[in-house]
Design a protein around this ligand. Structure first.
Ligand SMILES: [Zn+2]
Length: 496
């Protein structure tokens, strides 16, 4: 609260006006430069009420504190989230529950929960949305605004070109992201801070530009929820109208897959598009996941690729989607799924070609395991089964994992085998990342309280002995939480 008043009562501090299309992260950097703070950490604490969390460039948290401190200069919390972070590109593909939960956690919660809800993949120090900038915009912004800034539309993981200039975007390196606390604007980044990837050729630029335009369009209707089942039916009906069917009217997935590869296979080497390689397999990788209901794939980039592949304009897609929505509401589409898709041949493909166990294949296709087993036996297809964790146990296990409990603790609590949890985590990489982050957070909390307890139990201890005593937790904190340690015991660094 103290900071809140400081921000407005000091003559030295001015809140810069946000630039249209500027990310929240970018505004914070410009604010920092106008403030009298010497370290970014001071500014982060001032704005977010905490020195180490909040100011992320992709999904900032503690926005409740931020909004109060800045007296809603940048808008309501929802406006901040939808207009100045990358959330608007993810939101339309999430369930309402997930959207509400992400907003709750961005207001006052944890990044790991957001990452889990959104299905972010990547190591914790990196990001699903690396910082990007357009070289031509950098020059223009210097003249127009007197400063460069991070454009929110360039930060979408689905955009690799600038829609204004049609040029490919510069992408900051992974090493640069590890040093993100230095707070740079695009013009501050040296050449070595940008990824040195092969520049897309003219044909690739055309494809990437279309994706950037889809991204911009989706981000502007971010309050829409594209429901997964309706999306899939919209895609399938469109594929049917393109003539990609067998003679019995059922979808001919092989023809769809080949047509897709013909158009997009050359995007494989572009950063962020390596998943396109999986469309080489008969199951079609993400294309099968989205069109054939083989599991869930809600990543906006995957969906935008399918939209761009099937529809020639945003409007055609939207009116088709709304038409399917209405028809489903009025029960006019009949049993569309089984009319269009032969789930038994899909099941056989997953089990014999893609090597899935019958349980995994059945789960991906949303059919009961017993029914899958019957179908495979009837057609003489060899299969493997795995022991599946029961649903109530699965939910409890997920909750314990998100709380950062150890595998031994969870196995004991739920009376299951540790290797079952490990195998579950292997199949759910997003959960695995969130679990690791939660474990790290728990460890940090444990060592911080151990350290503070040690200091209060030994009020007269010399600081050099704090460093030497293993029970103080000093050594662990020095390796893992050095900023906090600096803040809590500044004098200790002068000791020998
Ligand atoms: Zn540009």
């Amino acid at each position: 609260m103290v900071y809140q008043f400081q921000l407005f009562e000091s003559d030295n501090l001015h809140l810069p006006s946000p630039i249209e299309g500027e990310s929240l992260y970018s505004w914070c950097i410009r604010f920092h430069r106008l403030s009298t703070n010497t370290k970014a950490k001071q500014t982060i604490r001032q704005l977010f009420g905490h020195a180490t969390t909040g100011a992320r460039h992709d999904f900032p948290t503690r926005l409740g504190h931020f909004s109060t401190t800045t007296q809603f200069l940048l808008g309501t919390i929802e406006e901040l989230i939808y207009e100045r972070t990358v959330f608007s590109i993810f939101a339309p593909f999430l369930t309402q529950d997930a959207v509400d939960d992400v907003i709750r956690n961005m207001r006052d919660g944890q990044y790991s929960r957001i990452a889990y809800r959104i299905g972010l993949r990547g190591i914790p120090t990196f990001t699903v949305a690396p910082l990007k900038a357009c070289a031509i915009c950098i020059n223009e912004d210097r003249v127009l605004h007197g400063s460069t800034y991070w454009h929110i539309e360039h930060q979408f993981p689905t955009s690799l070109t600038c829609t204004k200039h049609g040029s490919s975007l510069l992408v900051a390196t992974q090493i640069f992201h590890a040093e993100i606390q230095h707070w740079n604007l695009p013009s501050d980044i040296p050449l070595s801070g940008w990824m040195n990837y092969r520049k897309p050729d003219a044909r690739e630029i055309i494809l990437l530009n279309k994706l950037s335009e889809w991204s911009l369009w989706v981000s502007r209707i971010a309050d829409r929820n594209f429901e997964e089942g309706v999306l899939r039916r919209t895609y399938l009906l469109r594929a049917k109208s393109m003539g990609w069917t067998h003679s019995d009217g059922k979808i001919d997935f092989e023809r769809i897959r080949v047509a897709f590869r013909k158009k997009y296979a050359n995007l494989e080497p572009v950063p962020g598009f390596s998943f396109v390689k999986d469309t080489w397999f008969a199951h079609g990788g993400f294309l099968g996941e989205i069109l054939l209901s083989i599991g869930n794939n809600k990543h906006p980039l995957r969906n935008l690729l399918v939209m761009d592949f099937l529809f020639d304009s945003h409007q055609t897609f939207l009116s088709e989607y709304d038409r399917v929505c209405d028809a489903l509401a009025q029960d006019k589409l009949g049993n569309l799924w089984s009319d269009l898709v032969d789930s038994t041949s899909l099941l056989k493909m997953l089990v014999s070609d893609a090597g899935f166990t019958v349980n995994t294949a059945a789960q991906k296709l949303h059919i009961p395991v017993q029914s899958a087993i019957r179908r495979l036996r009837r057609d003489g297809v060899a299969f493997q089964q795995n022991r599946r964790i029961a649903l109530p146990t699965e939910e409890a296990m997920t909750s314990f994992l998100l709380d950062g409990d150890s595998l031994d603790e969870i196995a004991l609590k739920l009376q299951i085998k540790k290797h079952q949890i490990i195998s579950y985590l292997t199949k759910h990489p997003d959960l695995q990342i969130s679990w690791r982050q939660a474990v790290q957070k728990k460890e940090i909390e444990k060592h911080r309280s151990m350290f503070l307890q040690f200091l209060s139990d030994n009020p007269n201890i010399q600081e050099r002995n704090v460093r030497r005593t293993p029970e103080s937790g000093f050594r662990w904190l020095k390796e893992n939480d050095i900023d906090w340690l600096h803040g809590h015991l500044p004098g200790i660094w002068n000791q020998r």
